[in-house]
Design a binder for this molecule. Structure first.
Ligand SMILES: O=C(O)C(=O)C[C@]1(C(=O)O)C=C[C@@H](O)C=C1
Length: 357
């Protein structure tokens, strides 16, 4: 096939690219005007972003898949927002963690990300207004809740303003492309657990499995030690220039982590929202039923109901509850009034759009 046949298509693509470029800059000019009208208010509007992405997916007639167009528009909005004012996002580092990946998935590549040593520190940075938002892992489909994040939700003055759902793929990474001669595998304890079966089947028993503070730290160590491998994700592989000896080695095919986005603002309804609550109640027979009843009566479904020991009293529990709907919805407001009559403590940790991509 000669390239001559490609020519008319390439000429068409050049013309279309020119139009796309003009349209993108026209879009950015509107975003800049919106930014000026917002003045000192929050430039990031989670509800509007969710609506834009949902609308684009509804409009999409292909051949690009819905997920691909959503990803492209995610980046377009990220750049438009940066024209208004660039955002700083605090995340659990070091560079290359899944939390950083979640931050980029949610805010796009124009956002500036700041690595923090702990989830506590990432929230503190936002509380002190040294960063605009924090992204924190809250639960994994294989390993369950991240207790520290739940504990922090109880006391932080920040509001949840978004959620990010990330498929977690683990790879076996090494300096060179050889499965032989590995004496140690580094990974975060959760990643070791999520790949337990694969590692047992594919590596000899003499290979030591060493838990380290994060997957990115595991990749960093593997980049320094020729006889070491790491279990980590794509971003860590790229940052530390490691070879992928094996891809997608997680035992559970749907291994997914959910992250929360926390900031100072109240988020308006987007049309498809969730509300997260922290509830405590006296430890009495029938109490669980009494707590759930106001939601059942209002026809509101729950996507999470989890208990955790309260740090104040022995055998006292806090309940972490996610419901469908927004705190401004009449039905949710009524259910919350009913809940407040029954519970000793109710905190609305935030209402936010359900994840779109
Ligand atoms: O609609 C707005 O408020 C905008 O600032 C525009 C825009 C966009 O690019 O569409 C950018 C940032 C906001 O988070 C939401 C949407």
């Amino acid at each position: 096939m000669s390239d001559e046949k490609l020519l008319p298509h390439r000429q068409a693509i050049d013309a279309i690219d020119g139009e796309i470029l003009q349209l993108l800059n026209r879009r950015a000019a509107h975003a800049r005007a919106i930014g000026e009208l917002k003045g000192t208010g929050a430039v990031y509007r989670p509800e509007r972003e969710a609506q834009v992405l949902r609308r684009i997916q509804d409009l999409n007639a292909g051949p690009l898949p819905d997920e691909a167009v959503a990803r492209l528009f995610r980046e377009v909005m990220s750049e438009c927002l940066a024209v208004e004012r660039p955002l700083t996002i605090a995340y659990l580092g070091p560079q290359g963690t899944f939390t950083q990946q979640a931050a980029v998935k949610h805010f796009g590549h124009a956002a500036h990300t700041v690595a923090c040593a702990t989830v506590d520190e990432s929230l503190r940075l936002v509380e002190a207004r040294q960063a605009d938002y924090a992204v924190a892992p809250v639960e994994n489909s294989t390993e369950g809740s991240v207790g520290r994040t739940l504990d922090l939700l109880v006391s932080t003055p920040l509001k949840i303003c978004g959620e990010v759902v990330l498929r977690i793929h683990h790879h076996l990474l090494r300096q060179n492309n050889d499965l032989n001669g590995i004496t140690v595998v580094y990974a975060h304890a959760q990643a070791l657990a999520q790949c337990h079966y694969w590692l047992g089947k594919n590596l000899s028993d003499s290979v030591r499995r060493v838990a380290v503070s994060s997957n990115a730290e595991a990749a960093r160590l593997a980049a320094e030690q020729p006889d070491a491998a790491a279990v980590a994700g794509q971003t860590a592989a790229e940052i530390y220039a490691l070879h992928k000896l094996a891809e997608n080695i997680e035992d559970e095919p749907d291994n997914t982590t959910r992250f929360l986005v926390l900031g100072h603002q109240h988020t308006a309804p987007s049309g498809r929202d969730k509300t997260s609550l922290v509830v405590s109640a006296p430890n009495r027979a029938g109490m669980l039923n009494r707590l759930v009843e106001p939601f059942t009566r209002a026809g509101i479904s729950m996507s999470k109901f989890e208990s955790r020991p309260s740090r104040n009293g022995l055998w006292e529990y806090l309940f972490f509850v996610d419901i469908e709907g927004h705190g401004d919805d009449a039905a949710v407001r009524q259910a919350l009034d009913g809940l407040r009559e029954r519970a000793a403590f109710v905190k609305v940790a935030g209402s936010y759009p359900a994840a779109v991509i």
